[in-house]
Write a protein that binds this ligand. Sequence first.
Ligand code: AMP
Length: 217
Amino acid sequence: MRLVLLGPPGAGKGTQATAIAEAFTIPAISTGDLFRKNVGEQTELGKLAKQYMDKGDLVPDEVTLGMVWDRLSGADAREGFLLDGFPRTVPQAEQLESGLNERGGLGLNAALNLDVPNDEVIRRLSGRRTCSKCGHIWHVEFDPPRAAGVCDVCGGELVQRDDDKPDTVLRRLEVYRQSTQPLIGFYGKRGFLIEIDATGPPREVRERAIEALRAGV
Ligand code: AMP
């Protein structure tokens, strides 16, 4: 199973990616998480990516693609994978398509689009808090931890991602509309776009996603 997960920032891609990957026993590969890991470890790639991420802009394609191919060459991704946050532009999608072709001809099975209205996306992103220790994601309104600011899972401190701050959120949404939304048409034309309503509790979205993938792939 080779999948890509599409949707605006705040659509719940991270949460659903983990659940879907588990259901189909494939690795969930998130370019945002890979970049954040590099930022945390202060690698050269991380230092470069941070300049773009802090503004809500996309990291240049050559950097992103190098990182993606490196990750996809891992043994665990040979049988399948779920890409979360990649591709983000039509050129990235074209490169993914031709690269998969060159690497044995196993193309994608589906592109799953998580559909969420704009105002809901802003509410979700502005209330999102991430555990600085284990990475678990909470929400001040929809999924609050027992004690404000403290992770229930590991006791770590909850922080707001720099790019979840209001100005950056607006920029990320603009970048999404301009660069990423056209992918819905791109994959629609290829006949493997699957769209689901991603509003409501994460558990229900997960069931919708898995059902749609089982029926559509
Ligand atoms: P995410 O966690 O998916 O929202 O990604 C956080 C940030 O990482 C984005 O706002 C971009 O700056 C960067 N990023 C993640 N994936 C990509 C990608 N496929 N292409 C370019 N930049 C990306």
